[in-house]
Design a protein. Sequence first.
Length: 432
Amino acid sequence: MNDVQQHLEELRDRGLYRRMRLVSGPQGPRVLLDGKRVLLLCSNNYLGLADHPRVREAAAYAAMRYGVGAGASRLISGNMTLHQRLETNLAEFKGTESCLLFGSGYLANTGVISALAREGDVVFSDELNHASIVDGCRLARAETFVYDHLDVEHLEHGLAEAGGRGSLIVTDGVFSMDGDIAPLEQIVELAHRYDVRVMVDEAHATGVLGPGGRGSVAAAGLTDVVDVIVGTLGKALGGYGAYVCSSEEIARYLTNSARTLIFSTGPAPPSVAAALAALDLLQREPRRIERLSDNARTLRIALLEQGFHIDDGDTHIVPLVVGDPHLTMDFCERALNRGLFAQAIRPPTVPAGGSRLRLAAMATHRPTELRWAARELAAAAREAGLVPAGAAHEDEHAYEGDLSLDVDVAVAARGFVYDHESVDDSQVRQAA
Ligand code: PMP
């Protein structure tokens, strides 16, 4: 067996092997997945703009008028009027001086962090930040202090330890796999006190939170004090690409130092035109944002009624944490057999022991579909040997295990009481 085969075998053994599933047609609330019709409950097309007729038309028109590619990096000959228009509109929407487009959110995060944090600096990063932030920290030659999730005391400890070498605090606004929200006010206060910059990734917050969907920074009233706001065009805005909103000075600095901007072809005209149309629709028809928020509430209530334990919160991202990756895959397949697609998310996307189904409501779901989905998920969970926590007997005691227990078991206690022979279920009673 060669090294590649061995690696793949290991992944299979650990329940971490991945393969792509195939969607036919657009990203609607119902799709044909590997030939089977299913309700889609894990797409980031939150507002239904990826398949909106006006957005499609804008992309098609731009392809005819401007061609399909920018032809070069924007610093060579690839800077087109469409790029500039979208940057102007996004800066106005976000209320910042400037905006710079990047090829994708991954490229924006890696490029911006590695430009703003240099050798000898310290970057502070929430432990559950997206992989593109993690990779940005790796790419920067700076040291990274990873603080416990949402833990501002731990962050402050890191800032004090850094002894003036701190340069940047970076956090997701809405966390991609947990749907919780960063404590931005406290983070900004600490940044001010320790004189470091703040960068917020609004990938899952733009089009979702804040006035008119302006994001988590705007929701907290912090637009003027957050130094860099990153967002992607590939989620609520439905297309592909990303943007970085900042002061004009930082934008000029990034134009001169963000390698993923300098050394990569400019965003394709159809994608840019699609984002312009999507942004316009977002502003003209804010009811989509309300519908998403209503649907998020409907989904959360329906899951609670079925006995699932879900963390407090009100965003559209709802994790059902199982813990063990094999069990999570089994749960996912059983849900699929019932006509519901919620992809299993496993390490390294989430920490070891945190495998889950990550559910995402969309504005285009009907409330009845979401209630049906919750019922089917409960049935699939039972089939997989997982009992939704609220369905446990009242006399079952709360999780009392030693916290140094196998992390799979400890994390599993968040979502389910196991009824599965591979786990000693005296250790995994659901915490009340
Ligand atoms: N940041 C976060 C929080 C994300 O969830 C993602 C995508 N999953 C990205 C950045 C990357 O964005 P893109 O898909 O545009 O590369």
